[in-house]
Write a protein of this length. Sequence first.
Length: 348
Amino acid sequence: MTYRDAGVDIDAGESLVEAIKPLAKSTARSGSDAGLGGFGAFFDLKAAGYRDPLLVSTTDGVGTKLKVAIEASRHDSVGIDLVAMCVNDLVVQGAEPLFFLDYFATGKLDVAAARSIIAGIADGCKQAGCALVGGETAEMPGMYAKGDYDLAGFAVGAVERDQALTGADVKDGDVILGLASSGVHSNGFSLVRRIVEQSGIGWTELCPFDQKTSLGEALMTPTRIYVKSVIAAIKAGGVKALAHITGGGLVDNVPRVLPDTLQADIDGASWKLPAVFGWLMKTGGVPRDDLIRTFNCGIGMVVVVAPDAEARVTQTFKDNGETVHRIGGIVKRADGAEGCVVRNTDRW
């Protein structure tokens, strides 16, 4: 009996490595040549221009959005989601993403689908300016149902020691800006899938909140990568804290970057709730409090800035392609109060 008889095709794995080598090479940057094939990858921090860097590391996945990708046969963008979920977490601490690795596991390797997934990862890395330096492809028959796969990502970034963002200097009176999301991003899909199932609409059918596309395509819109615009805003000066709005929404993520004595006061009427969230809320009968703690609700990144830097930072984001909203401000936090309050959601 051979390994192939047991369900693992080493030749298919080697074919995939050869197919993705040019994808990885296209992500090369200073400090790394982004080549594949070795047992590990070197990165030269001096060549990347750092003097006294702190390394920042993150790991994440795409969650059950993968089930939508599998059921809708849309594998080309989940790789972007994977990179985004990691590098957006890095940049909130002022760190520039340097390199990325992925873990791809499946029951039976489909080289064409896997290449499409990893092409998305390479695309995400190029958007973030980081190198795809390696990864792992695991073919595990018996672990995954036919056609199923899982993804995880690992990113490492760096920031000069004296430039790290910790939120320690956030003050009462600072301004909160919100950067628009591209859609649901990669959180809350267990609820999304339940609502879609309840609606009776198929993934390939016309999208009820966007008549120009299918429901599957609309929900598979990849997570926006904010790295380059955020780094530009940090260089412009005045950015005090950043929060990537993922699971837990605004109310759980914003307090993570604030001192315990301060509260984020956010006005839900200061931006328009995107149609996808309105449809999910109405179709699933989702309470507003649950909506705001499950989804980004149209704000994918929160930026706390000094009042005198608001105009400059806002313009920098706009110059870098972001849609920016002034969504609130920092106030003193009363004893026992929540770290973030989102008002006027009844207007959604």
